[in-house]
Design a protein around this ligand. Structure first.
Ligand SMILES: Cc1cn([C@H]2C[C@H](O)[C@@H](COP(=O)(O)OP(=O)(O)O[C@H]3O[C@@H](C)C(=O)[C@@H](O)[C@H]3O)O2)c(=O)[nH]c1=O
Length: 183
């Protein structure tokens, strides 16, 4: 229906999607997922789980992926602002180990499509951020993989403002780096 603007990124497969926003005196309306529109954008797979999390400023979640049950994800921010990052872990990819960051906010209403076999994480820049996403496979707690958020080999330029205190789960402080992943 041409209701979305699709932007590709340097890393093949990633997409930034801007839905049409219909504002009126009541507020606004937008479609956050439409099978036909997304199919036209090359996103043609069944999504089986929707998630939502809420985090305070300085929370960094990630970098996560599932090993045997990889998930494609469409992520967005419902409230607040985050810096969202995807790292290419696709074996044989010419951009293996490269990352892409995208500011996602309730204001810009951007959707970010991250294919399977990417690691994903985000940093909360606003006082609070509510984060919503669709996944193409179910959560398998014993299948979780991760990469440490500050792996020097990947070198993600997290926009951490001076004085920001990071809050990172114990689990997310113990992941190895890309080197360990490659073994
Ligand atoms: C991800 C997930 C967690 N949980 C539970 C497990 C745990 O008790 C609690 C919190 O889990 P976590 O600490 O793993 O939540 P979180 O750190 O928010 O995990 C998420 O991070 C972002 C970056 C992603 O990309 C997601 O795929 C997911 O891995 O929620 C589910 O029940 N279903 C799910 O799909």
């Amino acid at each position: 229906m041409g209701k979305i603007k699709v932007t590709t990124c340097e890393i093949e497969g990633l997409r930034v999607i801007e839905p049409a926003v219909f504002g009126d005196e009541r507020g606004y309306f937008m479609e956050t997922y439409n099978y036909n529109d997304f199919k036209e954008a090359g996103i043609d797979m069944p999504f089986v789980q929707d998630n939502q999390s809420c985090s305070k400023k300085g929370v960094l979640r990630g970098l996560h992926f599932q090993i045997h049950y990889p998930q494609d994800k469409i992520v967005r921010v419902v409230r607040g602002e985050v810096y969202d990052v995807a790292v290419d872990l696709r074996k044989g990819s010419p951009t293996f180990g490269k990352w892409h960051g995208e500011l996602l906010s309730a204001e810009n209403k951007k959707l970010f499509f991250i294919p399977k076999d990417f690691a994903h994480g985000f940093l909360v820049l606003s006082e609070v951020a509510e984060f919503a996403y669709k996944c193409t496979d179910f959560y398998h707690p014993n299948d979780e993989g991760g990469i440490i958020w500050n792996d020097p080999q990947i070198g993600i330029a997290w926009p951490i403002p001076e004085g920001m205190e990071l809050t990172i789960s114990e689990k997310d402080q113990t992941w190895g780096g890309l080197q360990d992943f490659e073994k």
